[in-house]
Ligand binder design. Structure first.
Ligand code: SF4
Length: 252
């Protein structure tokens, strides 16, 4: 868990709440200094909305902190977070652009909270209903074998993670596909109709994928990029195996 990223994420939420309170305070001031009834009414509405928004954000923030630090969380809180996370995340991203804050740190915390929500949802699926979606850059760039159409075209030389991931496919009978982009990923999901997706990608692709796929739970796993973005990336295969085991535990 990256505590620095968590702090940035939570600070952004606090700034959002401060902004809401500021807007509410300004409205209150204007209401006090005005005599017109309609004007008062409209500003009172604004005030009520800002108070509700602040409360909504504050409650969500407390729940996010609890889930991030593995505190016990109720079913109600999980359902609350399922709806509030995307709304708050979108607003934080606007703030981050405005304040020129590293968006990847926000994206990684978003993926982390999303994972925890799915983990705490006590979902249990059959292995064949699990789809592992991989980015193309996980394949060694010098490899001549085309695995995007069929991952089985890999010759199992062990130079990249594909070999180990195929072992997982054989061991658990899960589905694995390599997607070259969002369009292909969406097509694969539409055809296979999985009940759980384990997506491997960078912070940007992961967060947009999680936001895109609304009806299927997505567990996001960040890839490692020792040679920079989009080339010869790696994934922690043990993490993927642990995730598979967690979600099929009751079925096995
Ligand atoms: S493990 Fe497979 S995909 Fe990776 S470099 Fe070797 S043959 Fe190519």
């Amino acid at each position: 868990m990256n505590t620095k990223n968590n702090k940035i994420f939570m600070s952004m939420i606090l700034i959002m709440i401060i902004l809401f309170v500021f807007i509410g305070g300004v409205s209150l001031y204007l209401v006090r200094s005005s005599n017109r009834v309609l004007y008062d009414f409209v500003l009172n509405i604004i005030l009520i909305i800002t108070i509700l928004l602040s409360l909504f954000t504050l409650i969500s923030m407390i729940m996010m902190i609890c889930i991030l630090y593995n505190k016990k969380i109720s079913r109600f809180s999980i359902n609350w977070l399922k709806y509030s996370l995307t709304i708050i995340y979108s607003n934080i991203m606007y703030l981050a652009s405005f304040m020129r804050i590293d968006k990847d740190s926000i994206r990684s915390v978003f993926a982390q909270i999303n994972n925890k929500i799915n983990i705490y949802s006590q979902l249990s699926v059959k292995p064949e209903d699990i789809l592992i979606l991989l980015p193309h850059c996980i394949q060694k760039s010098i490899c001549p074998h085309k695995i995007t159409t069929n991952i089985e075209n890999c010759k199992r030389c062990g130079l990249c993670n594909i070999d180990d991931l195929l072992k997982l496919k054989e061991k658990y009978k899960v589905q694995i596909f390599v997607a070259t982009g969002g369009t292909l990923a969406r097509k694969i999901i539409k055809e296979l109709k999985p009940k759980l997706i384990i997506a491997v990608a960078c912070e940007r692709d992961l967060s947009s994928g999680i936001k895109d796929v609304k009806r299927i739970p997505v567990i996001g796993i960040l890839n490692e990029r020792p040679e920079g973005p989009c080339v010869n990336t790696y994934v922690n295969v043990e993490k993927i195996e642990k995730t598979i085991k967690y979600f099929i535990s009751e079925e096995e």
